[in-house]
Design a protein around this ligand. Sequence first.
Ligand code: AMP
Length: 283
Amino acid sequence: VELIEDKHSLRRALAAEREAGRLVGLVPTMGALHAGHLSLVDAATAGCDIVAVTIFVNPLQFGDPSDLVAYPRNLERDLELCAQRGVGVVFAPTPAEMYPRGDSSTVVEPGPLASRYEGVSRPGHFAGVATIVTKLFSLAGPCRAYFGEKDFQQLAIVRRMAEDLDLPVEVMGCPIVREADGLAMSSRNGRLSPDEWTAATVLSRSLETGKALITDKGERSGGGVGSAMLDMLACAALVRPDYAVVADPISLEPVGTITGEVRLLVAADVGPVRLIDNMAAAP
Ligand code: AMP
């Protein structure tokens, strides 16, 4: 695997791949790679000729400076995992390389899709994400880019952004990879104590309960399903729920009456960590 740390070398390397007729697969990450990230790498490997993984903990998308400091980093191990998976290029720039002026005066503002859920709890987060993803797409050039459904709202925003701005990138969504106990894999899970980890499994259990209400019990009220999931989160020790909703899978608007496929979305703080999870459900 080739480690690239500067923007211009990345642009040149991927342009050369395209000139040689190869389809580039891009996997943007913040590192501390786990099996969820590697599933994106595998999808990119299966669908493309050369895979570039980007590893950058983007300061622009962190509202809380202590969260940015606490975010796990392990480049050596990430490089090893990428090498094992046959990744062609790892792009791991410093913050100064990505933001030579220290910040970005120009910011990509994602619009209504970013106004709910994570957008409420983390003001500015999605503008930070949209801005770094735009920069990465600009450097990578025409490619397929792989994102996880784990961050469902982010995926919807990136898809819409690529469409709105005519970015030459095909955005691919990949299913959530879970631990054996149902907890969605996340780089943040490593900060959970054993008790907090056990408590955190209530997120996926609340989603399963919501899904069963819709699919097996015939519940058709989005608000009713949302309340049931929120109650479950609220009853769990060590868990401070943020939201539990039934949303339209494209617009992400809350669904009143469930008539077709919906997305169940939950978020909660568990110990020191903010966790999100989601699941598809249909009548
Ligand atoms: P992150 O490093 O957390 O920014 O995540 C990088 C990419 O990996 C994003 O597209 C995430 O949605 C995706 N991802 C993170 N965790 C998972 C998971 N458990 N399953 C599938 N994709 C994931």
